[in-house]
Design a protein around this ligand. Sequence first.
Ligand code: UDP
Ligand code: MG
Length: 346
Amino acid sequence: MTEPPRPSRPAISCVVPAFNEAANLAPLLTGLTAQLAVLSERWEIIVIDDGSVDATPATIAPWLSRPGVRYVRLSRNFGKEAALTAGIDRADGEVVLLMDADLQHPASLVPEMLAAWVRGADMVCAARASRADETWAKRLGTAIFYALVNRNAAVPIPVDAGDFRLMDRKVVDALKSLPERNRFMKGLYAWVGFRNEIIPYVPAERHAGTTSFSMRRLARLAFTGVTAFTNAPLRLWSGVGVLIALGAIGLGFWFIFEYFVFGNNVPGWATLVTSVMFFSGVQLLSIGILGEYVGRIFDEVKQRPVYVVGSEAGRGAISGMTAGMTAAMAAAPTAAAMAAPGKPPA
Ligand code: UDP
Ligand code: MG
């Protein structure tokens, strides 16, 4: 089945999760609105304020007086995966672009990503070309995580491809149809399938502020990823159980042999104590892993929403926008900003 050719200037929705990004939003929106206006007449930027406690709402306010920027404030901090979900749920575009608010994802890469979509790719991921900027601990953790997941998951999750990606409408609809609450987005993108294309890029430094992902938070996210995409940790204990049982049979034979050949010498309490300790450790660990899965099952059956919206403002420019208006917006915040009051600051 052949698809009709894709429009070279589709309606673009750009989803930007933001948690305490007051210092980054103005430069981000200035660059991004200019870039999007060059690429299409119909576009929107949906900023998802993930319960920021800084001046993020005030920073965004001047941008909402004209079409283009939409603002969704979640009722508290739900985490980046939930914020992305909230944005994806609202995006109206034929293509949806996901982008961080801290200017680490260069808007200058968007034309190349869009060109790949026009050529027929359903999902275009920008994959970081290097991890030289990360600490060795983070790189090691990442390597272990992908090795563990990709050895066992039914669908491999591409290494180095993060949340900076452009998706076709049908990919977005597929993502929206996944009901799970423990949302490990990188796994979900891979799970839905479709034609992928990867574009390497070098992430910029964070413009202002610090990362919200501590090692602890990353470890938690990795655990969600592992438990959501493989049952390997559960299966591991069956393997360990079989090994231990085989060892016990071998040991039994040894004891019989010892009894008949050397006579009944003094039984070793050291062996007893160490083996009791070792096996209680193994049991606690396996119960703990079971508990992790049970906890996640409990999260799913509770059927709570992934996020709660506190307020929404602004409107997109996906329909009813003329080329002239977009051209004026591309020039913002110079000519267009001066023409009308309440325009975003330069
Ligand atoms: N973010 C979010 N909610 C959170 C943490 C982060 O929406 O609880 C956003 C953040 O504002 C940024 C993006 O997710 O736009 C990536 O976060 P960050 O730069 O802290 O992570 P890193 O780039 O270090 O992975
Ligand atoms: Mg960042």
